[in-house]
Write a protein that binds this ligand. Sequence first.
Ligand code: 4AD
Ligand code: MG
Length: 470
Amino acid sequence: MKKLSVAQARLPESVDQEILLQGWIRTRRDSKGGFSFLELNDGSSLGNIQIVAPGTLPNYESDIKRLTAGCSVSVEGLVKASPGKGQATEVEARSVTVHGWADPDAFPIQKKGASFEFLRTVAHLRPRTNTFGAMARVRNCVCRSIHDFFQEEGFLYVHTPIITASDCEGAGAMFKVTTLNLRNPPLPEEGPDKPGWDVDFSKDFFQRPAYLTVSGQLEGETYACGLGKCYTFGPTFRAENSNTARHLAEFWMVEPEAAFFELIDNMDLAERFLKRIFRDVLARCPEDMEFFRERIDKTVIDTLEHVLESNFIRLPYTDAVEILKASGRQFEFPVEWGHDLQAEHERYLTEEHFKSPVILFDYPRAIKPFYMRLNDDGCTVRAMDVLVPKVGEIIGGSQREERLDVLEMRMKEQNLSPESYWWYLDLRRFGTVPHSGFGLGVERVLLFITGMANIRDVIPYPRTPGSAEF
Ligand code: 4AD
Ligand code: MG
């Protein structure tokens, strides 16, 4: 007997096959005619398959009539064309074997319409809901597209380290990695001899301060400046205390980096890349996307289709400030050249003014990291942020500063010591090249695709301030 997934068994071509299905019961309905309808789901698709369990089965009274949401079963039976609406097939059961019961008084997620806040408290069981099943499949589709896109474009997949000594974004929002006894740390005998060495890190595992990476970019650059085009894709960590619906302390970022690449090439790559992801999700996850459209946000499919047909707006930061100032809007944070744009400003540009994704570029040097290439005007850098409606920034990137003296000057300006970035500066000492790259936050792009409101609901186990239960 062939085991099929529920997704396979739902296809018309499965009719007349004797099959095995294994999954979890969503609902049971008993018919007056002495048989029961079971809705079975195994995660292979949003839709369930209907099992018709005849009353003649030997365990009908003892098992089948006790089935409730969450019970796990194996079903052997025959696939038939279904007379029911909205389903091509159903399965007439020859046997139903129960693997595990789920006490309906105790099983937390059987009620329809449980709030997302509540489901976060049972994050280990929420994969059994429609929303989190759909999310897991769309997330998988996005990750597959990420690899397909870069592989087809000739980018090499590089694994950059998760434990690192350097703060790529220079923002100091890093988690420390240590094996020191925090109750009794070794202290330097004559006070800290190096900045940040408040304890004697020579006694620590790495014999120096070490952190969880905020970005794989710096190491990515070392591979691009030797192998041409590469990308890294992994978890990144930020210890900033931002309790918003768009920030996680642990999130996944894909970061392409390419040598002989200028900002304009970087923008073209980012736009092609995002469109590829959107196109693949619409083509490969139609049922899940229809679910998000129906239940979460009526506009998601139209928005993606519209983005696929349009060109992203490309706008210098300075022009954006002009537009915002001329808007006549009362923003909570006033707009002023030299200040970072706030979510409300980004949303005004993408949702109201342009109604389209916007690539902002050439930001003031003071608000962007040290590694971005300084423009000839001396006051802006070759930064680019891709902003989208509702979510705001989903990509941040730049052309990199390839001139050694300018880079050293920028590091000092931001109170970073060039000595501790000696290996990064070596790229500028030996065969330096213009190069560029960016980082896409996977959870931010999932917010945009699905219309979900909170970033805690697009990653299996969200890490946020005060929250790492599971
Ligand atoms: O703009 P960011 O900080 O850029 C970098 O880290 C660069 N080193 C990337 C590069 O050029 N290789 O972060 C890039 C993206 C953001 O646009 C956003 O989508 C996401 O990462 N991101 C976050 N996502 C969730 N939670 C957070 N706390 C995030 N911080 C950044
Ligand atoms: Mg950014």
